[in-house]
Design a protein around this ligand. Structure first.
Ligand SMILES: C[S@@+](CC[C@H](N)C(=O)[O-])C[C@H]1O[C@@H](n2cnc3c(N)ncnc32)[C@H](O)[C@@H]1O
Length: 223
């Protein structure tokens, strides 16, 4: 279990029925299944091979009666009454979004989605809000020289357009934790690199101005 997966586990509620979508080795599923305050764990994956690796981890940990393994594209094979907290970690933001939107019961606001995008976090934040979801909590994690975010989301029914700034840093922009600040500073530096690239090209003044405004707003927010 690395810090990225531990951060996902932190957002799981007590007495919850957990579904780990895209479980791969099932490390997180097994970690959660060992806890007394978790009601049930389903580990699912769309591919046979990872599910075989998951099976091995489950057997090695003697958790056959605690972890149910399911071959499923997203949450297709999962029933609403089997899932309270749904973890979708280690995938691209677009794939995570498509899994949430395809889920038949995602608009039940009692369901919590714990998502950890490897890419396209801004797109994921924008689209979640556009589709009536909200981020309740967010945690930054630095691991193996990468900055990650873990978001806890649920459906709230209010479709919103969020600002560019919020799409880039989410709730971490207002957080005082050092790890959140470092995540935001990393995003600001990424934007500065984009601006430096644009400055080498002609006729990009408008785009440069747009990025510089975002950078300056983020810098004011993250002190
Ligand atoms: C990089 S692994 C991430 C494993 C683990 N969740 C983690 O964060 O360390 C991505 C896993 O997602 C699975 N996956 C990809 N698309 C999926 C989908 N539509 N439904 C379920 N699983 C999917 C892949 O087969 C793979 O095992």
């Amino acid at each position: 279990m690395d810090n990225r997966l531990l951060a996902c586990a932190e957002f799981v509620r007590e007495n919850s029925k957990v579904v780990d979508v895209g479980t791969d080795h099932a490390y997180l599923a097994c970690f959660l299944a060992k806890k007394d305050d978790i009601k049930s764990v389903i580990a699912c994956d769309v591919n046979e091979k990872p599910l075989q690796m998951a099976k091995k981890t489950v057997i090695d940990n003697n958790l056959q009666d605690r972890v149910k393994l399911v071959l499923s594209n997203g949450l297709e094979k999962i029933e609403e009454n089997e899932a309270d907290d749904i973890i979708i970690a280690g995938m691209g933001g677009e794939l995570i979004l498509s899994i949430i939107l395809a889920c038949k019961f995602s608009k039940n606001s009692d369901k919590h989605f714990i998502v950890q995008p490897m890419t396209q976090a801004p797109l994921l934040r924008k689209e979640l809000y556009k589709n009536g979801f909200e981020i309740i909590k967010e945690k930054a994690v630095y691991e193996n020289k990468h900055h990650y975010t873990v978001m806890l989301c649920r459906y709230c029914g209010e479709e919103k357009q969020i600002t560019e700034e919020f799409s880039i840093v989410g709730l971490l922009g207002d957080d005082t934790l050092q790890s959140s600040k470092e995540y935001c500073l990393f995003q600001i530096n990424k934007l500065k690199k984009i601006v430096a690239g644009l400055q080498k090209t002609n006729n990009k003044q408008e785009e440069i101005q747009k990025y510089n405004d975002i950078i300056s707003n983020l810098e004011k927010q993250v002190k």
